[in-house]
Design a protein around this ligand. Structure first.
Ligand code: PLP
Length: 305
C-alpha cells in the first residue's frame, strides 16, 4: 500500500490523502479528505471474527474516514457459524474505561452495541453522563439494542431490558430490528401500523430523538421506518429497501449503526447520516464474501460512500 501526500491533519485544516492499495478487496485508489480528526466511539462486545461487534465497528469507522475509539463491554467466543460463549466485562471496568476516555477527549459521536449484562448497561448509562445531561451538550449517540445474534444466542441478559430502556432516553437514534422494537415497547410490530406505534413509543415514551426500525425481518419488501421527534409529535418516513439475495451476512446491524455514527461524527444531519449508512451497508452486503464455514462477511470497497 502506498500513501501519497499524507500529512498530519490539523484541526480545521483539510488534508487530502490518496491511498493506493493492492489487496483483493481494494483495487482503486482511495481518496480520503479529512477535516481535522473526527472521532467515533464504539461501546460494544468483541467478536474475534471481526465480522460484528467492536472489531467490525472500527473497520467501518476507518472506511468512512473517522478515527475509531472502542470500549469493550463483553468478550465472546464465536466463529462464522455461531456465538459459543458470552463473558461480560466487569461493570466497574466498563465505567472506568468510559470515564478515563471522556476525561481525556470527547468523541464526536458514540455508538452503543452489545451490552451483555444489566450491570454493564447501567454502567454505560452512568459513564455517558460525564458527556453532559442535555441533548445539545452531548455528542450524538446511536444505540443498536442488540438482544440476540442471528443464531438465536442471547447477547444481553433479559433483566437488562429496563436499563436499555433508560439508555434509549439519551439516544439521538435507536436502530432496533422488529423483535427488538417489540421487546422495548411491547407493541405488536407485525403490521406497518404496529411498527409506527413502536417507533412512536421509542421516541415519545422512551425519549429517543429518532428511531430507525429496521424491516429486514419483515415478510415482503424490507422497508425501514424512520421516525423523528418534531416538537411535540413524531414524523414518519418509510425508507425503501431491497432484499439482496444470497447466503446470510454477519454483522449487518452493527455496520448500519456504526456507519450512521461515523457520518454523524463528520457532522452530517441525522437524515443524511441514515441515508449514507443504509447505502454503505447495502453495498457492503452486495460485496460480501465468505471467509469461514458459514456466514459471509461484509466487504467495504473504495467507493462505498
Ligand atoms: N457478536 C457481537 C459482539 C455483536 O455485537 C453481534 C451483533 O450485534 C453479533 C455477534 C451477532 O451478529 P449477527 O447477528 O449479525 O451474526
Amino acid at each position: 500500500m502506498t500513501v501519497r501526500g499524507a500529512s498530519a491533519a490539523m484541526p480545521g485544516h483539510t488534508n487530502e490523502i490518496v491511498v493506493k492499495a493492492a489487496t483483493r478487496h481494494v483495487n482503486a485508489p482511495i481518496r480520503v479528505t479529512i477535516f481535522g480528526m473526527r472521532v467515533a466511539l464504539s461501546i460494544a462486545g468483541s467478536d474475534p471474527t471481526g465480522g460484528a461487534g467492536l472489531q467490525a465497528d472500527l473497520q467501518v469507522f476507518r472506511a468512512l474516514g473517522v478515527h475509531g475509539s472502542g470500549v469493550v463491554t463483553a468478550l465472546t467466543v464465536q466463529d462464522s457459524s455461531k456465538v459459543h460463549e458470552v463473558l461480560p466485562v466487569f461493570p466497574n471496568v466498563v465505567l472506568a474505561q468510559l470515564r478515563k476516555l471522556f476525561a481525556d477527549f470527547t468523541p464526536d459521536a458514540v455508538k452503543i452495541g452489545m451490552l451483555a449484562s444489566d450491570d454493564v448497561a447501567r454502567m454505560v448509562e452512568r459513564g455517558l453522563r460525564s458527556l453532559g445531561d442535555a441533548p445539545g451538550e452531548r455528542p450524538p449517540i446511536v444505540l443498536d439494542p442488540v438482544f440476540e445474534a442471528s443464531d438465536g444466542t442471547r447477547l444481553v441478559e433479559r433483566r437488562a431490558l429496563a436499563a436499555i430502556q433508560d439508555l434509549v432516553g439519551v439516544t439521538t437514534l435507536i436502530t432496533p430490528n422488529l423483535s427488538e422494537a417489540q421487546a422495548l415497547t411491547g407493541c405488536d410490530v407485525s403490521t406497518e401500523e404496529g411498527s409506527q406505534l413502536a417507533a412512536s413509543a421509542l421516541v415519545m415514551n422512551l425519549g429517543a430523538m429518532a428511531a430507525l426500525v429496521k424491516g429486514g425481518h419483515r415478510d415482503g419488501p424490507p422497508h425501514d421506518l424512520f421516525a423523528e421527534r418534531e416538537g411535540g409529535s413524531v414524523s414518519f418516513t418509510w425508507l425503501e429497501g431491497e432484499r439482496i439475495a444470497g447466503e446470510p451476512v454477519h454483522g449487518t446491524g452493527c455496520a448500519l449503526a456504526s456507519s450512521v455514527t461515523a457520518e454523524l461524527a463528520k457532522g452530517a444531519s441525522l437524515r443524511d447520516a441514515v441515508d449514507t449508512g443504509r447505502q454503505f451497508v447495502a453495498k457492503a452486503i452486495r460485496n460480501a464474501e465468505r471467509l469461514g464455514k458459514r456466514a459471509r462477511f461484509l466487504s467495504y470497497t473504495s467507493d462505498n460512500t
